[in-house]
Design a protein around this ligand. Structure first.
Ligand SMILES: *[C@@H]1O[C@H](CO)[C@@H](O)[C@H](O)[C@H]1NC(C)=O
Length: 401
């Protein structure tokens, strides 16, 4: 049942994409791109680490609607050697998770392309009345923090670990909302931890978990209470907020109420689709609608960090799920002849393959071209970006930033 829906979606988008590519192959710009891709495929395949090169993905015309598995496999490990140069002017936040540790290298190599790096290390827990604790500190890697800061020479890359409200009961939240002293204890615990480990601030993840269950005004008040203390200490305070969905958990009213209190809003514009509704991860029109609904004021929008997924999804009739860069490359290596379709309406590439057990798969994963469309949108809307997460992408993506 689900699969036939997938099929249907796939056929629909294929038809759509076909119309678009048919009308565009006539333009001279595309002819040029085609010639270049012929040159690219002549290169002998190489599995070894390419690393820093004298060319960027722009010099080689890799940023194209027309992509092939071979080109991606052969080139994704190369990146432009001038890693200090950056192309995107707004705020750029990159998340790093310990379970995809390639992100640690990315942070060190491309530090200057980020204004903020957020390692996903910490949780905050309520241990009892007015007693809070920051856990996960064993994951803190001091030398790496120093290395990333040094890599961000010009931009003075800030390290702002994400702190997740973890293991909280309904009662814990009730106490917090009803008692200003609880809020003060929580804020102090967070500040002390931040200063003790010499971080530049925190990314706070609490909104999505409880926004549906509490009065939005209380939530705004809570965030203001905590962020006030961060401001006093000169620390950055970035709030993770959910995108527009069926329920509107974060509105323009709340954005305006918090605007003066936070450094930025990390807007999770990804996971539009899921295994029960296979499709593009983050349709570009949905991203634009979500941002416009939060604020029409271009000055204020500088604080919105548009979420960019650097992971993809591999769907089957039984569900499937997220895939990261190396898993995606493995598929491309196995099926070098598979063909990509670009769906203009959502600005994402997709492809289909049949695995050795005869099971059909439908894959969405970002490409240089799809990412560039989103960076251009971010530039147009005057917002920043936040990437989930930098260990899951391909090395040559960073030439775009
Ligand atoms: C946009 O936001 C800025 C910064 O808060 C404010 O100064 C300005 O008045 C706003 N403009 C409009 C049209 O509301």
């Amino acid at each position: 049942m689900i699969f036939s829906k997938t099929r249907l979606i796939f056929i629909l988008i294929c038809a759509l994409a076909y119309e678009i590519s048919a009308s565009q192959t006539l333009s001279p710009k595309n002819k040029g791109t085609k010639k270049k891709s012929a040159e690219k495929t002549d290169k002998k395949p190489s599995k070894e680490r390419l690393g820093p090169q004298k060319y960027s993905v722009f010099d080689k015309n890799f940023v194209s609607q027309e992509v092939t598995a071979k080109d991606i496999v052969n080139n994704h490990r190369a990146f432009f050697t001038e890693t200090d140069e950056y192309n995107f002017d707004g705020l750029v936040l990159g998340y790093v998770t310990p379970w995809n540790n390639h992100g640690y290298d990315i942070g060190k190599i491309f530090g200057n392309k980020f204004t903020h790096i957020s390692p996903v290390w910490l949780q905050v827990r309520r241990k009892g009345p007015k007693k809070y604790e920051v856990t996960g500190t064993h994951d803190i890697d001091k030398q790496w923090v120093v290395d990333v800061r040094n890599a961000g020479r010009e931009r003075k890359t800030k390290i702002v670990p994400r702190v997740l409200f973890d293991g909280w009961t309904g009662k814990d939240y009730t106490e917090l909302f009803n008692n200003p002293k609880e809020r003060l204890s929580l804020s102090k615990t967070l500040i002390e931890s931040c200063k003790k480990h010499k971080f530049d601030g925190f990314v706070i993840e609490v909104w999505s978990q409880i926004a549906g269950a509490v009065n939005p005004d209380s939530l705004v008040e809570l965030i203001r209470d905590i962020s006030d203390l961060f401001t006093v200490e000169g620390l950055d305070f970035i709030l993770v907020v959910p995108p527009k969905r069926n329920a509107d958990l974060f509105t323009s009213k709340q954005f305006d109420a918090l605007y003066d209190y936070v450094t930025a809003f990390s807007l999770m514009t990804y996971d539009f689709a899921d295994p029960t509704r296979p499709g593009p991860n983050a349709p570009i029109n949905w991203i634009e609608d979500t941002i416009s609904a939060i604020s029409l004021n271009e000055t204020r929008r500088k604080k919105i960090l548009m979420g960019l997924n650097f992971y993809g999804n591999d769907y089957t009739a039984n569900g499937g799920g997220p895939i990261v860069g190396h898993e995606y490359i493995k598929i491309l290596e196995q099926f070098p002849e598979l063909s990509f379709t670009y769906v203009d309406k959502v600005a994402e590439h997709l492809f289909e393959y049949k695995d050795k057990d005869g099971i059909n798969h439908l894959v969405f994963y970002p490409t240089l071209y799809s990412i560039l469309q989103r960076l251009e949108l971010a530039h147009k809307l005057k917002v920043g970006v936040s990437i989930w997460e930098i260990g899951q992408g391909l090395d040559y993506f960073y030439d775009l930033l």
